[in-house]
Design a protein around this ligand. Structure first.
Ligand code: IMP
Ligand code: MG
Length: 182
């Protein structure tokens, strides 16, 4: 029991379930990219940090990681619809095969923007792996090759996901009590 547990209404995915899912995704990705020698894995900050860290350990291939922060969110729980680059990549994407690692796809605005941006910069291929997706919330279509779990339209925290920058360090993913964010 830690001091954040009291704000969680229900645990959706335990640490162990997440671990198994990440291993499964890593195995698929490894098969698909076994002949690719310039794989660039891009982590979307900050929510995907936990996922990236575990996922790359399940992909025993030569790869390089980089980070980008593209936010369509203010500090609340709903998208503002506006995309801003808060931190750009260090590396060039030209001629690279890219795998974007995302925590959750909500409206799709962030990823739709990011995929187009990387292709316009000359990436050879851009695929997406997301741990979570909320299909009922989609506003922009995005082609997502690897999906961990489809979830209902409720706000989740933990395993990297935050509410007002908190709860990222919960080892599980759970629904936050409404009273915490209303
Ligand atoms: P989109 O552009 O609307 O798809 O927003 C995606 C981003 O919104 C994710 O990368 C998260 O940072 C954030 N987000 C969306 N839903 C949730 C949630 O339930 N919990 C925490 N963050 C979320
Ligand atoms: Mg995010």
């Amino acid at each position: 029991m830690n001091h954040m547990d009291k704000d969680v209404k229900e645990i959706l995915f335990s640490k162990e379930e997440i671990h198994n899912k990440v291993a499964e995704l890593g195995e698929k990705i490894t098969k698909d990219y076994k002949d690719v020698d310039n794989l660039l894995v891009i982590c979307v900050l900050k929510g995907a940090v936990s996922f990236l860290s575990d996922l790359i350990q399940e992909i025993p291939l030569p790869l390089v990681i980089d980070f980008m922060d593209v936010s369509s969110y203010g500090s609340g729980v709903s998208s503002t619809g506006e995309v801003r680059i808060l931190k750009d990549l260090d590396s060039s994407v030209e001629g690279r095969n890219i795998l974007i690692v995302e925590d959750i796809i909500d409206t799709g605005i962030t990823l739709n923007y990011l995929k187009k941006l990387l292709l316009s910069r000359g990436a050879t291929s851009v695929e997406v792996v997301t741990l979570l997706t909320k299909p009922s919330r989609r506003q922009k279509g995005v082609d997502v090759k690897y999906v961990g779990y489809e979830i209902d339209d409720l706000f989740v925290v933990g395993y990297g996901l935050d509410y007002n920058e908190k709860y990222r360090n919960l080892p599980y993913i759970g629904y936050l009590k409404e009273e915490v964010y209303s």
